[in-house]
Design a protein around this ligand. Sequence first.
Ligand SMILES: [Zn+2]
Length: 337
Amino acid sequence: MLASTAPISYRQLPLRLYQIGPKFRDELKSRFGLMRAKEFLMKDMYSFDVSAEAAAESYATVTAAYERFFRQLEVPFVQVEAATGMMGGSQSHEYHFISPVGEDTLLQCSNCSYAGNVEVFGSDTDAPSACPKCQSAQLSRVRGVEVAHTFLLGDKYSKPLGATFLNTTGKPKTLIMGCFGIGITRVVAAALEVLSTEQELRWPKLLAPYDVCIIGPKAGSKEQAPAERIEHELLQQLMQICGAEQLLHDERKELTIGKRLLDAKRLGHPLTIVVGAKATQAEAPKLELHTSGGEKQELDVAQVLQLVATHEQHKQQLVEGTEQTDTKRSQRVGHVH
Ligand SMILES: [Zn+2]
């Protein structure tokens, strides 16, 4: 497309074009649901620059954004040096979620910052036992699920295709390219795979469809009327804290609380609040709060509202990048287990 456009000016660079769309692959070993499917959603971007130095700058900018994105998901990940493979180019990195179901073997040095895919060395058996950077023997192997890949392509495609720009003296020059991809459906599937258990789905906070699920009393129970009053008051207060779109009100009152709670765990809401018989007791009324991956807590209304507010605050910090925790964990993959 760039080659068939009249040569663009150096003033229009850097140029970064991206698209989000379905990709199709004749996958012979499709499995793990969305993890390895014949159709998947992908974000890919292509960068165009005036020089190798400028292209390296674009590469650093985009990989820094990828780093922020994966940190926001709070799933242990690692950026590794990767084989340039079919795409070619001079430099390439992959982003992996660490998981035993991962199909890639990664090397990581706990002495320096080195991390690499064994593919870089041709095969697992050719991979070194000492760190290729610092020669330390503190090299561990982990399995990873590839969720993103970046390449510094240079002029590999722009040169043969004649994709040029006009430089400061008006002379045509070859564009220098990079390419960047995130497997969107795979990010969702792999994040759930890494965080969840057999009994309970667990979402990254920023990806959970709802922050809070509210389960009220069963229809026909003796606490129904007083508990429903508390339930509706609670709904109003929660709406102020996190907005209606973050609340799931399970109104299937014909079902027992236990049945609805089981469904809530399967859907993996970060916070599930039960308004049951204990909410109506005269002395010290309590709500049940179930946190994903945590224990059941019996709390009063003020405490529950405080915990929801803390959750919303944490999400906001993740979005703003002011969240400090978990960065070390993500970088030190060897110590994840
Ligand atoms: Zn090392």
